[in-house]
Design a protein around this ligand. Structure first.
Ligand code: ADP
Length: 446
């Protein structure tokens, strides 16, 4: 059994994990940089340890400091949240060597899914449909031959990729060699690894991802999908569950393919299998071996607390539900509230002079900020998530419109006005959008 969890993260997700620990009667340790001494999760945790100066590499990414904080406080498990060390296999290995439970998958599974070529090969071997593309790495000398086989347009992607970096489209043979060399140099600069691979470039897909949870013993469930097509520069902005594009049969079919793959893999913990979806077909792009930012919409439609499940399976307690006990109910939408200009997305750190969170039936606000809180400039700009649930998509949208009017965050710029625009848009109302929709919308004059 786990008795004390160290939360190796900050912001809203640290608070999210802390809440789950409290409900389960597990003691909590917050770690924080000097810039985060006044953060909400630090105030609410049973104990806290300062692990370094503001830059992430010296604090939230500093494995030695985090392990030392575990030793000092006697924490027997670590929850990594998302980002930072959550998909770092070395971190999982080091914790293991210290006899500390990593609340997540095995280091091997993190490694497999962290390399995109291996991830794709593994997914394919487990029966998951993948995007047509190169078998393994593409070198400049064989790029043309492979591209002709796949058919243009093609996408060059970094095998160590993340955050949409190191990706280049080649529409035809003329563009190919430059796309390959640019992708390789970007990949080298961003990830220290210039290996790239090639995929068929899909023109107007939706981004649809399946939530899975496994117990590491060969039992696994899926919790349906999330549609995260509304993105800006590959960053998700608005997510919904279920996807407006899928019916029940499609959902259960792709969900079962994913759950079955996780059973074969003996996957442990929460994970997300990401697909592009076009013309009724799913194409695997990657798997994230952690809790995701947008997990609350899945919680809203299933009633299942994903952090509880993570902690249960990490402590050997197994899953709390079987697949046939899961009931999908209603519709949920999440809006990511960033401290940014709503049109230019320039970060807007500073002091929140007035903060009022909306409430009422079907409303959840996950945020670590409060009135008087000073947003530090060192970290990503997500300051909160607004999650709204309704019995139908129409009811959910009506509720979201009401809730957006109630939300007050003064003193800084936020992305709230963007959502107030989107909620009145006809395409959004119809659920009629693909992964390029938001970029095109933002390119139009406001
Ligand atoms: P990263 O890990 O860098 O985020 P992904 O493989 O998850 O990379 O891809 C990020 C985004 O890039 C996807 O959500 C989609 O918008 C776009 N994308 C990826 N692969 C393709 C493809 N084959 N065709 C069209 N768009 C793609």
């Amino acid at each position: 059994m786990i008795s004390k969890i160290l939360i190796a993260n900050r912001g809203e997700i640290a608070l999210r994990v802390l809440r789950a620990c409290k409900e389960l009667g597990i003691a909590t340790v917050a770690v924080h940089s000097t810039a985060d001494a006044n953060a909400m999760h630090v105030r609410l945790a049973d104990e806290s340890v300062c692990i370094g100066p503001p830059p992430s590499r010296d604090s939230y990414l500093n494995i030695h400091q985090i392990v030392a904080a575990c030793e000092i406080t006697g924490a027997d498990a670590v929850h990594p949240g998302y980002g930072f060390l959550s998909e770092n296999a070395k971190f999982a290995d080091i914790l293991d060597a210290h006899g500390i439970t990593f609340i997540g998958p095995t280091a091997d599974h993190i490694r497999i899914m962290g390399d995109k070529i291996t991830a794709k090969e593994t997914a394919k071997s487990l029966g998951i449909p993948v995007v047509p593309g190169s078998a393994g790495e593409v070198k400049p000398e064989n790029a043309l031959e492979i591209a002709r086989e796949i058919g243009f347009p093609v996408l060059i992607k970094a095998t160590a990729g993340g955050g949409g970096r190191g990706m280049k489209v080649a529409k035809n043979e003329e563009e190919l060699s430059e796309a390959v060399s640019t992708a390789r140099s970007e990949a080298l600069a961003a990830f220290g690894n210039d290996a790239v691979y090639m995929e068929k470039y899909l023109g107007k897909p939706r981004h649809i991802e399946i939530q899975v949870v496994g117990d590491g013993e060969g039992n696994a469930i899926h919790l349906g999908e999330r549609d995260c097509s509304l993105q800006r520069r590959h960053q998700k902005v608005w997510e919904e569950a279920n996807s407006p594009a899928l019916n029940v049969e499609q959902r259960m079919k792709i969900g079962e393919i994913c759950a079955d793959a996780m059973r074969k893999l003996k996957y442990r913990g929460a994970g997300t299998i990401e697909f592009l979806y076009e013309n009724g077909e799913f194409f695997f792009i990657e798997m994230n071996t952690r809790l995701q930012v947008e997990h609350p919409i899945t919680e809203a439609i299933t009633g299942i607390d994903l952090v509880h499940e993570q902690i249960r399976v990490a402590s050997g307690g197994g899953l709390s539900v079987t697949q046939d006990e899961i009931v999908f109910s209603g519709h949920a939408i999440e809006c990511r509230i960033n401290a940014e200009d709503p049109r230019t997305f320039v970060p807007s750190p500073g002091t929140i002079t007035h903060f009022h969170a909306p409430g009422g039936l079907g409303v959840r606000v996950d945020s670590g900020v409060y009135q008087g809180y000073k947003i530090p400039p060192y970290y990503d700009s997500l300051i909160g998530k607004l999650i709204v649930h309704g019995r139908t998509r129409v009811e959910c949208m009506m509720r979201l419109r009401r809730v957006l009017d109630e939300f007050v965050i003064d003193g800084i710029k936020t992305t709230l006005p963007l959502f107030q625009d989107l909620i009145n848009n006809q395409d959004i109302a119809n659920g009629d959008y693909d992964i390029h929709w938001l970029e095109n919308y933002l390119a139009e004059p406001a």
